[in-house]
Design a binder for this molecule. Structure first.
Ligand code: TRP
Length: 335
């Protein structure tokens, strides 16, 4: 590998991706490929912290792999792999778990949220130890590849902080082993909100399907969803208090086209919401179309996808094993 810094990130294959996932993560990651060595992971081991239907998990993992490629990840130059196919994740995760304090895991807001949210639901019967120790597995994902930078959203900052603490703790206890990863903060991080309630994040688990656009929504459905998005009783396309719905559409338009907010306000000066929504909808369609075409092509060629993940696992194992060997030696496992 060239002397570039390493970026690592991962997405759980726990269902369809929204355009928010794409604009807030995938699209930006694809743009980092010239500057960094990239490792991207389909985090299927994380997904089973919630009970999965096996056939759906398989489908979601393959879908996600294809979407990474459709979003422009170059699998020749970079490493795209499926977590469960690289056993070093589970192996390092155990060592890290033995160096993680109960108190640290108990403070993770995502665990507190999830265990609260799940109790009383079907998933509530499965508040399992994996849900609790999952941040140690996430730390293993990162530390195995000696990643310099990890692009994560706000909800994962605390987990990344733990990965840093674990790296430092291990290095201090056993000598320098892990690179201490930094969060990668995107220059423009698109945070896309619900189309029906601009105060909550766009999420595929929302009850109202009009509140999100899936990357694989039929184009006419996506267009309709934009046109039905909530705005306000005014008529001006600009940011401001009470105009969160309009601002969210402006954000989408900005992320898709690369235009900044001032340019967008100028573009729609004197025009109404109808025009504005029409243009945003068109830009969303233009964004989704090539991704869907690529995805559909890839899904017709499952052999190719299999080749990609097999080669990806091999490359990932090569890197991961180097780190794991050092760790096993240092903790005193016989060689
Ligand atoms: N936990 C992350 C999420 O739910 C996904 C993830 C798993 C991840 N391993 C990672 C993100 C390593 C960054 C680095 O979104």
């Amino acid at each position: 590998m060239e002397n570039k810094k390493t970026i690592l990130s991962a997405i759980q294959p726990s269902g369809a991706l929204t355009i928010g996932n794409y604009l807030g993560a995938l699209k930006n990651w694809a743009a980092l490929q010239d500057e960094y060595n990239c490792c991207f992971c389909v985090a299927d081991m994380h997904a089973i912290t919630v009970r999965q239907v096996p056939a759906e998990l398989r489908k979601n993992s393959l879908d996600l792999l294809a979407l990474f490629i459709a979003a422009g990840i170059d699998v020749e130059k970079h490493i795209l792999f499926i977590q469960s196919q690289v056993p070093q994740h589970a192996q390092l995760s155990w060592v890290l778990t033995c160096n993680t304090y109960m108190g640290e895991l108990s403070r993770m807001t995502q665990f507190k949220d999830k265990s609260q949210r799940y109790s009383g639901s079907v998933a509530g019967e499965n508040i399992n130890a994996g849900l609790f120790t999952y941040p140690s597995l996430m730390a293993a994902d990162i530390l195995l590849y000696q990643a310099d930078l990890v692009p994560v959203g706000a909800d994962q900052k605390q987990h990344l902080e733990l990965a840093r603490d674990l790296a430092v703790r291990f290095n201090n206890a056993y000598s320098e082993t892990f690179k201490v990863p930094e969060p990668y903060i995107a220059k423009v991080a698109a945070r896309i909100m619900s189309l029906q309630d601009p105060f909550s994040k766009m999420s595929k688990s929302d009850d109202n399907a009009n509140s999100y656009i899936l990357l694989l929504d039929p184009i006419d459905t996506a267009v309709k969803k934009v046109k039905r998005a909530v705005t306000d009783s005014g008529a001006e396309v600009k940011r401001g208090e009470g105009k969160e719905g309009v601002e969210n559409l402006m954000n989408i338009y900005s992320a898709v086209t690369g235009k900044n907010m001032e340019e967008i306000e100028l573009e729609f000066e004197g025009k109404g919401y109808g025009d504005f929504k029409g243009t945003v909808a068109e830009s969303v369609a233009d964004c989704l179309r090539p991704i869907q075409e690529k995805y559909n092509d890839l899904m017709k060629n499952k052999d190719y996808l299999q080749e990609v993940y097999t080669a990806g696992a091999q490359k990932a194992q090569g890197l991961a094993n180097k780190t794991l060997r050092k760790v096993y030696k240092k903790v005193g496992f016989l060689q």
